[in-house]
Design a protein around this ligand. Structure first.
Ligand SMILES: Cc1cc2nc3c(=O)[nH]c(=O)nc-3n(C[C@H](O)[C@H](O)[C@H](O)COP(=O)(O)O)c2cc1C
Length: 216
């Protein structure tokens, strides 16, 4: 039996101590994982502690042509492969993704730009998705509300981006979302605080049971 590996990817600028919802919920996922898999391993890729550089397409193009890479191109290719190999080697995946200015955190986008450039994640010629995970979740935290009845309906471009883009590398993400995370402690949002508490409780419960036997 190989050791099950949970890859945890964090992208919140806040720490758990500063009340990051995605980091706190990712902690729950880790606890649930280790409870379900006492022999399991958790690997963390914190994109704020170690931000990825912006992607440079020159290295990828040189690699695709089979050119001899310059030292800088080799370094870029190695980074893409390092990120992608973490996904390849994982059994399960959990990503923490705050909504920042109606999109994903720039670190998460930059990380994905590298991942998808690696032939480990997507075949360079056929574009075949190469990553095979048992389960994959994205924990989304939104300061406001984005339901169909809200003024900002359709403005969450992060969740849609993540759900669609990750399929290109073979990853089907299950979304665990919490809205109105900015409501607690803000009097002008007090009437919406129940939404946050409701979503948070549902998310905690879903993550607690996520890795139980039979739940993947
Ligand atoms: C730079 C920045 C941009 C943000 N933009 C949005 C936004 O567009 N929509 C929204 O609902 N909340 C926005 N927020 C609030 C965050 O989504 C919210 O605080 C969320 O809980 C952050 O995730 P975390 O709790 O894991 O840190 C923004 C916060 C920051 C710091």
């Amino acid at each position: 039996m190989t050791t099950p590996i949970l890859l945890r990817v964090d992208s919140s600028l806040a720490s758990t101590e500063q009340a990051s919802v995605t980091r706190a919920l990712a902690d729950r996922a880790v606890e649930a994982y280790l409870a379900a898999h006492p022999d399991g391993e958790v690997r963390t890729r914190d994109l704020v502690a170690s931000p990825p550089p912006h992607f440079d397409p020159v290295a990828q193009a040189a690699r695709r042509r089979g050119d001899t890479l310059t030292p800088a191109e080799s370094k870029a290719a190695a980074l893409a492969d390092e990120y992608a190999a973490e996904l390849r080697d994982a059994t399960d995946l959990v990503i923490g993704m705050p909504l920042y200015n109606w999109g994903p955190p720039s670190t998460l986008k930059a990380w994905f730009d590298h991942v998808i450039a690696s032939p480990i994640a997507r075949h360079a010629q056929t574009m075949e998705p190469m990553i095979k995970l048992r389960s994959a979740r994205v924990i989304v935290a939104r300061g406001g509300a984005y339901g169909p009845e809200t003024l900002r309906a359709g403005w969450d471009h992060a969740t849609d981006w993540a759900e669609k883009s990750f399929t290109a590398i073979g990853v089907d993400l299950e979304v665990v979302a919490v809205e109105m995370t900015l409501a607690p402690g803000r009097a002008y949002l007090a009437e919406f605080e129940h939404v946050y508490h409701r979503d948070r409780a549902v998310a905690e419960e879903r993550l607690a049971g996520a890795f139980a036997v039979g739940a993947a």
